[in-house]
Design a protein around this ligand. Structure first.
Ligand SMILES: *Cc1c(COP(=O)(O)O)cnc(C)c1O
Length: 403
């Protein structure tokens, strides 16, 4: 069976994790701090906080900005549920909007229609590792300054809608050579096991607020406290001689990254451009080369007008088919021992969100993308021979179901 996206666990990873274990420091410490600095240097953003997931990072930033009941947060209907769930956790209202047919990302035209005086945050999602249209999205935040109703210190200071990117897929992607993490106010990366760069579980908040209006270093410190019980000293600081006293300054959360995770991340980051991305591009290019002559298929975009994807997913679409036909094609591919997936089952169609009154019928492009989509396996250890097997499985499944 060809798996969908197993992590790359080799000696380099194992050795660094063992080194972290033997160092005697396994929770947040020197490796996490180094990893954070290296992420900022790589992405070109101003400060980075590593956490135990992207979900935690998204929620912390909503709470930091003071998002609460009565507020609205705009996000694409075509995303993973985590993007929406964190809005619910804060008591605010998710305002789903439709996506674009070409690259699957949130449609700025639809965002503009959804902006009201209650809009506090826009959460674009860099689907499959392809950055959203941040030029258009950042411009909307400026254009609607006059309708923004600030509540609290941070909202007053920013004076406009905050752009909080769900960059769970897009570490290493860029727009005009500017990396994700530096394209809007805040971007949150995921290092979950299936993501391009993994730490087993993990995430990072890339802060990029305008300076000197904002002090990103100070926000980083504030977030460290907020994500560790509201405690004014972390474990490492408390180990210093006589430095045992601490205070709790707020009822904080607990979602820090461990140094064991950071150990994996440091190895992954070191070889990300020179090895990981090259391999992922090779795989995606090969799929495109072998499938582009098939008129039944619509292939994903990875590069266009200065936008550069990081090849997180290969979201294939089949032209003119129903959701049932898509499911049948996937079943046929599985029969040939190839694992495929669907990204994503749209959030408004999930039971919980249906109960809140949302319906997928309001997002026709999202539904159309979803109903015809099949994600092919992309992972570091996928061989050229396995790529051939996947391509053959797709072709024969299409022949069988669409005869
Ligand atoms: C994976 C994913 C997340 C959640 O990431 P975690 O690190 O698992 O919390 C959020 N949004 C999208 C689009 C994702 O694919």
């Amino acid at each position: 069976m060809i798996p969908f996206s197993p992590p790359r666990i080799d000696d380099a990873i194992c050795n660094e994790v063992v080194a972290a274990l033997k160092s005697g420091w396994i929770t947040t410490g020197p490796r996490t701090k180094t990893f954070e600095k290296k992420i900022s240097a790589y992405c070109g953003n101003k400060a980075t906080l590593c956490l135990n997931s992207a979900t935690a990072g998204l929620e912390i930033m909503l709470r930091w900005f003071g998002v609460k009941e009565g507020d609205e947060v705009i996000l694409p209907a075509y995303t993973y549920s985590a993007t929406a769930n964190v809005i619910i956790h804060c008591g605010a209202t998710p305002v789903f909007v439709d996506v674009k047919a070409d690259d699957f990302t949130i449609d700025p035209v639809m965002i503009e229609k959804a902006i009201t005086s209650k809009t506090k945050v826009i959460m674009p999602v860099d689907f499959a590792g392809y950055p959203c249209d941040y030029t258009a999205i950042n411009a909307l935040a400026e254009k609607y300054r006059h309708v923004f109703c600030p509540d609290g210190e941070r909202q007053q200071q920013l004076g406009r809608i905050m752009i909080l990117s769900d960059a769970a897929h897009s570490f290493g992607a860029s727009v005009n050579d500017k990396k994700t993490g530096s394209l809007c106010d805040v971007s949150v990366f995921s290092f979950h096991a299936v993501k391009n760069l993994t730490t087993a579980e993990g995430g990072a908040v890339a802060l990029n607020f305008e300076e000197p209006q904002f002090d990103n270093g100070a926000i980083y410190t504030e977030l460290c406290v907020k994500t560790l019980h509201g405690q004014n000293k972390d474990a490492l600081a408390k180990t210093q001689k006589g430095n045992w006293k601490y205070d709790i300054v707020e009822a904080g959360y607990k979602c820090n990254m461990t140094d064991l995770s950071a150990a994996i991340g440091l190895v992954e980051l070191e070889r990300y451009d020179s090895d990981t991305l090259i391999k992922r591009k090779h795989i995606c290019d090969a799929y495109t080369r072998f499938l582009e002559t098939d008129k039944r298929l619509e292939l994903p975009v990875f590069e266009k007008g200065g936008v550069q994807s990081c090849y997180h997913l290969y979201p294939l679409r089949v032209k003119n088919i129903s959701e049932q036909q898509r499911d049948a094609i996937m079943q046929e591919i599985f029969e040939q021992d190839v694992s495929v997936n669907v990204h994503f089952i749209p959030v408004p169609g999930m039971s919980f969100y249906k109960r809140l009154g949302y319906t997928i019928n309001d997002y026709p492009v999202t539904y159309d993308n979803f109903s015809r989509e099949i994600t092919l396996p992309v992972f570091y250890d996928l061989t050229d021979e396995q790529i051939q097997t996947v391509v053959k499985a797709v072709r024969s499944a299409l022949d069988k179901v669409l005869c």
